[in-house]
Every structure is written in structure tokens, then in C-alpha cells.
Design a protein around this ligand. Structure first.
Ligand code: ADP
Length: 264
């Protein structure tokens, strides 16, 4: 539809031109639809833990468990677990909004990608040891033009996923390599359960999980990879996955190694 029409008229009444502004409604309603869908998914995601919390607290309040302290304890643990889940969910939603809307400013500098990967691995070394998973390194010294903290956050997220979906005895291999004059690549490869080919692209979407029970059993929110993609895209880079079901998955991040004029 026409959004704005202006006809400049001179003093003697001559029309000197016409300005008409159109809005691309197709694009706007697609965006509106996306927002509606997001709000409805978020509400659903919030309602599930809230409903469960309401039920366990209601049971305690009713006095039905007054003589069974172990049952009361169990109900409280369920309520606490759901509170944690809600906090994680709200934090991830806010984070995604902040990055996606460009409110989170990136602080670029020339950073050593191998050092960032090593740092991310150190943060999760204890969890890996506890899970019986070996962390292996194939790090080539390479520089990236990036916000170091955001890349550590992204790699930590990928390692943490790899830990969740790899059984004890497995290996996570962390690599960095140069891919030409202006591209560096980071790879997080695991020997876990793998991802079916038709899901490889979807998992980077919001609230997308391979298995509907992943959120519950693995404690995830389904927003981790959407946050990773948002961060990497803002860097002018790419993130994608390759996988073979039953053998393992590799997540790749490609980043510019030098500043380009479009980044500043
Ligand atoms: P979540 O919070 O559920 O981990 P993510 O966005 O990080 O959310 O991941 C989305 C889904 O992608 C996961 O629930 C899981 O089904 C799948 N996934 C992510 N990483 C891996 C991996 N390394 N191996 C197998 N599946 C994975």
C-alpha cells in the first residue's frame, strides 16, 4: 500500500512533482509472523516448567505429603530444577535479543584463535574429565579479527553441546586452521550420537532440537546454537555442522582473519 504521498505546489498552483512512498508489506508481515511465532514459542517454553512447578508446590501446600518428608523433598527438587530452567531460558532469550538486535556491541581486535579455543577448553576441562571424555587439540596458530570474549562464548557452547551428546569414552577434537589469506576456521568435532542430515540446518534455529526430549533430559534451552550463529554472523563469519549419525558431529566456525571495511 501507499504509505505517503506529497505533491509540492508552487504559489501559482502548479504541481511540480509527486512523491509516493510504498512499503514492502510482504517483508513486513513476514517479520510480524516471525515475531508472533517467537512469542508463542517462548510462551509455550515458559509455560511447561511453570506448570510443573505449580503442580509440585500445590501438592506440598495441600498438606497431602505432610507425613512424607522424602516426597516433599522430591517435589521441592522438581520445583528448583524448573526454576533453574526458567532462569536459563530467560537469560538465553535476553542474550539472543541483545545480540540479534545489535545492542551487544562487539569489541574487535586481532586475536589468536588457537589461544581462545584453548581457553574455552580449559573452562570445560573438569566437566570433560568427569564425563570421561578426552579433549584433543590440533591447534595451528592463527589470528582472527574478532571479539575474543564472544568467540570463547561460542566455542564453549559448542564444546558443552559436544559433551552433552557424546558418551563416556568419547573424544572431542578442537582444531584451528588457516583457510587462505583472510579466513580462519575453528572446528569442534565429537564422537557422539550425530545429527540426522535433515536436521543439520534446523538446529541453528531458535528452540530447535533433534529430539523433543533433549531440552528436558539434557537441560538445554534450544537457543544455544541460535546464539552462536547470531554471534558468528555479526563477525561476518559462518557457522555450520557436518555429521554422521552414530559416528559424531563437527561444528565449524569460519572467521575473517583481518578487518574488512564492512566490519568497522
Ligand atoms: P540445546 O540448549 O538444546 O543444547 P542448542 O541450540 O545448543 O540447544 O542445540 C540444539 C540441538 O542440536 C540440541 O538439542 C541437539 O538436539 C542438537 N545438537 C547440538 N549439538 C550437538 C552435538 N554435538 N551432537 C549431537 N546433537 C547436537
Amino acid at each position: 500500500p501507499v504509505e505517503y504521498v506529497a505533491c509540492p505546489i508552487t504559489e501559482n498552483g502548479d504541481v511540480t512533482g509527486v512523491v509516493v512512498a510504498f512499503t514492502d508489506v510482504t517483508e513486513r508481515s513476514a517479520l510480524d509472523r516471525m515475531k508472533d511465532e517467537f512469542v508463542s514459542t517462548v510462551s509455550h517454553e515458559l509455560r511447561t516448567p511453570l506448570t510443573s512447578m505449580r503442580a509440585s508446590l500445590g501438592l506440598i501446600a495441600s498438606g497431602a505429603l505432610a507425613t512424607r518428608p522424602e516426597k516433599q523433598e522430591q517435589m521441592l527438587q522438581i520445583a528448583i530444577g524448573n526454576t533453574d530452567r526458567l532462569v536459563n531460558l530467560v537469560n538465553d532469550i535476553l542474550e539472543l535479543e541483545r545480540i540479534g538486535s545489535g545492542k551487544a556491541e562487539l569489541h574487535y581486535s586481532s586475536v589468536s584463535a588457537d589461544a581462545l579455543v584453548r581457553h574455552a577448553a580449559e573452562l570445560l576441562a573438569a566437566s570433560a574429565a568427569k564425563a570421561g571424555i578426552t579433549l584433543r587439540f590440533q591447534l595451528e596458530p592463527v589470528l582472527a579479527w574478532a571479539d575474543g570474549e564472544r568467540i570463547v562464548q561460542t566455542v564453549t557452547n559448542l564444546i558443552s553441546n559436544a559433551l552433552k551428546f557424546t558418551p563416556s569414552g568419547g573424544t572431542i577434537t578442537l582444531s584451528t586452521r588457516s583457510m587462505g589469506p583472510n579466513e580462519v576456521q575453528i572446528e569442534v568435532a565429537d564422537t557422539g550420537r550425530g545429527i540426522p542430515p535433515e536436521k543439520l540446518e534446523h538446529i541453528f534455529g531458535r528452540f530447535q532440537q533433534v529430539d523433543a526430549s533433549d531440552a528436558r533430559t539434557m537441560g538445554g534451552t534450544g537457543l544455544g546454537l541460535a546464539i552462536c550463529r547470531s554471534i558468528v554472523t555479526q563477525h561476518g563469519g559462518r557457522i555450520w555442522a557436518e555429521s554422521e549419525v552414530g559416528k559424531g558431529s563437527s561444528f565449524f566456525i569460519s572467521l575473517p582473519s583481518k578487518p574488512s571495511s564492512s566490519l568497522r
